[in-house]
Ligand binder design. Structure first.
Ligand SMILES: Nc1ncnc2c1ncn2[C@@H]1O[C@H](COP(=O)(O)OP(=O)(O)OP(=O)(O)O)[C@@H](O)[C@H]1O
Length: 251
């Protein structure tokens, strides 16, 4: 197996507090990995180090073998890593179609003027149609994003994340705020849109973790203390201790 994304001995401190303390893990090509850990463990910080929002104090991040730590987010995106955020980044007054087309254009490095070239416009529109089918949003394509339901907005956000066809997808709490039935549908959507890609996601919902993840990485106080299949991680005594036993409540 080939590691597509590698985190190697990462360290990051804010002031006097070391938040990431030698975190290492490798995500294999085509794997779906969940990153879990108690509140304040450093999950978002780790995502920020991988996606380029923060630079590590030491250590390295490798994307398809290439060192990316410290590069700006747009460059890391162009190299094949896309990240979603807990807060949605949609343009509220633009339609679903227009939002997706902006993301497709941006990922190809085109501005509006270049899109006027007929070939580019046609290719961008075709890609948007593929995305609408994949997301189940074809019937909602002309609706302004602000009129979508919460779950539809999250689906659109997912579309914006994958629009550029990145190999590696980072999802930050993709089902946060959803009802049980919305969560189940969205879990299926995540499985569909990440088919054939590599996924690393922060997720608190153990139903989603067990439904999607091939392996689970457990971050506690800035260190990866376990990295294994969901079942083995659930049985790990250190994980039980870190979660004060609550992890056993998983399905
Ligand atoms: N920019 C920052 N400046 C100072 N401290 C920070 C900064 N970002 C995060 N922290 C601190 O780092 C620690 C880890 O935060 P982080 O958000 O990465 O944890 P988390 O595992 O994502 O938590 P949660 O599950 O609650 O979202 C926390 O104590 C937080 O207060």
């Amino acid at each position: 197996m080939t590691a597509v994304l590698e985190l190697i001995d990462l360290h990051k401190r804010f002031g006097r507090t070391e938040v990431i303390r030698g975190a290492s893990l490798a995500v294999q090509r085509g794997e779906r990995m969940a990153l879990i850990g108690p509140n304040g463990a450093g999950k978002s910080t780790l995502f920020n180090l991988v996606s380029g929002r923060l630079a590590p104090d030491s250590g390295q991040v490798r994307l398809q073998g290439r060192a990316i730590a410290g590069k700006p987010p747009y460059e890391i995106h162009r190299l094949g890593l896309a990240r979603s955020f807990q807060v949605t980044h949609v343009f509220p007054s633009l339609s679903v179609f227009e939002n997706l087309r902006c993301a497709v254009m941006w990922s190809q490095g085109h501005g509006w003027r270049l899109l006027r070239l007929p070939g580019r416009m046609r290719r961008a529109n075709e890609r948007v149609c593929e995305l609408l089918d994949l997301l189940g949003l074809q019937a909602r394509r002309e609706v302004p994003a602000m009129h979508l339901s919460y779950a539809e907005q999250r689906a659109l956000e997912m579309g914006l994340t994958i629009a550029g066809g990145s190999e590696v997808i980072l999802l930050d709490e993709p089902t946060a705020g959803m009802s049980r039935s919305e969560t189940e549908r969205f879990t299926q959507l995540i499985a569909r849109v990440t088919e054939g890609r590599t996924l690393l996601m922060v997720e608190h919902d153990m139903g989603v973790v067990f439904g999607l993840a091939d392996r689970v990485a457990v971050l506690v106080q800035g260190e990866v203390i376990a990295l294994d299949t969901p079942e083995r991680v659930r049985a790990d005594a250190r994980v039980q201790q870190a979660y004060l036993g609550r992890f056993v409540e998983a399905p």
